[in-house]
Design a protein around this ligand. Structure first.
Ligand SMILES: *Cc1c(COP(=O)(O)O)cnc(C)c1O
Length: 377
């Protein structure tokens, strides 16, 4: 008989979620509004602080889509997007009929490279197309180079959409991910550090933006006793049942960050004396990653093995591992989009591997992982 599967990242309930969900049933708030939705928004506003205003939505992708709409991105516009990311960062640009312009990563944080970002902006402006927004991602929970990227955003007056889908609980110089940029988004998909089974939020610093996001997410109804619409709306609000899960999950967020960071320590310990294997970690004290996923890069010339061998060895033992995000400029669906950069993200994709990182992994799970990895130490 096979051992049960060890996933990269799976849902981890704290215990109180069911109570909030039961309350939703008991009070018949089975709708995309209700006390859990408001409660979840309040919890996140308290957690994020810094005057954060939170609108709860059905997914992180929906939040990115509304962020683009709120920043005025429409047909024919261009939007800069970090190439190395999950496709959900880029797809909403297409929903708006706009064109993504992809930019490479730097090797410290694996996120948007400030040098290539500025080159891209200058070149697009010289072609008569000033980008409308910059989508910057905190990949795997690692904060991007917030200061450098913000300076460029201000210099060229191009707003930032801060894709913090993977980074709830991470900080840069003590400030929480989800509070950077003009608009931030978070995701609560089943694989994220906390989950609502599916959900997301749009975070801004203004009640006007929050209210506008909720207006668009609830079919853009004008103030009238009948249904009247002056704008195109969406059905993007979070369900009160799902928000109940989120309220329970907020109580264990700090524990999850602690436990995921411990998984990162676990891998650091395993590979500490192995030349050619690098566990992805913070470049300086300014950065604190939630280590949503722990990742390694392997220099095959030094180790004599490649990441795919480890992935297959783990897979044989029913343990999930996965290559890093394949950059968007290498995706067939985006093959015609402009790209600025070198080969940083491409090389990371070739050399990297995500390892099981869940906050719910047991000592027995770690032993199973260790027994595969020990032959690569
Ligand atoms: C998960 C994720 C999203 C999308 O969030 P959903 O809630 O799954 O729609 C967007 N960006 C990044 C970087 C993600 O990892």
């Amino acid at each position: 008989m096979n051992n049960p599967k060890i996933y990269l990242s799976s849902p981890h309930m704290g215990g109180t979620e069911r109570g909030f969900v039961t309350e939703a049933f008991d009070t018949n708030w089975i709708a995309p509004l209700g006390p859990n939705v408001t409660g979840f928004e309040n919890d996140l506003e308290n957690y994020l602080g810094e005057n954060s205003k939170v609108a709860a939505l059905s997914s992180g992708t929906a939040a990115l889509h509304l962020a683009l709409i709120l920043l005025g991105v429409t047909k024919g516009d261009e939007v800069i997007c970090q190439s190395m990311t999950f496709s959900a960062s880029a797809n909403p640009i297409i929903y708006q009929g706009a064109t993504p312009v992809f930019v490479d990563s730097e090797s410290d944080t694996w996120n948007l490279c400030p040098i290539h970002l500025e080159k891209a902006i200058k070149d697009r402006i010289s072609k008569g197309k000033k980008p409308k927004a910059i989508i910057a991602v905190h990949l795997y929970g690692m904060p991007y180079k917030v200061e450098e990227i913000t300076v460029i955003s201000k210099k060229y007056e191009i707003p930032i959409i801060d894709d913090s889908a993977e980074a709830l609980g991470s900080t840069y110089k003590g400030q929480k991910c989800g509070t950077f940029g003009d608009i931030s988004i978070l995701s609560f998909n089943g694989n994220k550090i906390i989950t609502t089974s599916g959900g997301g939020v749009l975070v801004s610093k203004s009640n006007v933006i929050k209210e506008k996001a909720i207006f668009l997410a609830t079919q853009a109804r004008d103030e009238a006793p009948y249904y009247q619409h002056s704008e195109i709306g969406y059905n993007y609000r979070l369900s009160n049942v799902c928000a109940g899960i989120g309220r329970g999950q907020m109580e264990v967020l700090d524990d999850h960050v602690f436990l995921r960071r411990k998984m990162n320590e676990f891998y650091k310990e395993i590979f500490k004396n192995k030349e050619g294997v690098t566990v992805f970690t913070e470049p300086s004290e300014d950065y604190k990653s939630n280590h949503w996923l722990s990742c390694i890069t392997i220099d095959g010339a030094k180790t004599g093995f490649i990441s795919e061998e480890i992935r297959l060895a783990l897979d044989k033992e029913n343990i999930e591992a996965r290559p890093l995000w394949k950059p968007m400029h290498l995706q067939p669906v985006f093959k015609d989009a402009p790209y600025y950069g070198a080969e940083v993200s491409e090389n990371l994709f070739k050399k990297g591997l995500c390892l099981p990182s869940g906050s719910n992994l047991s000592e027995a799970d770690r032993n199973r992982i260790f027994s595969v990895l020990k032959s690569y130490m």
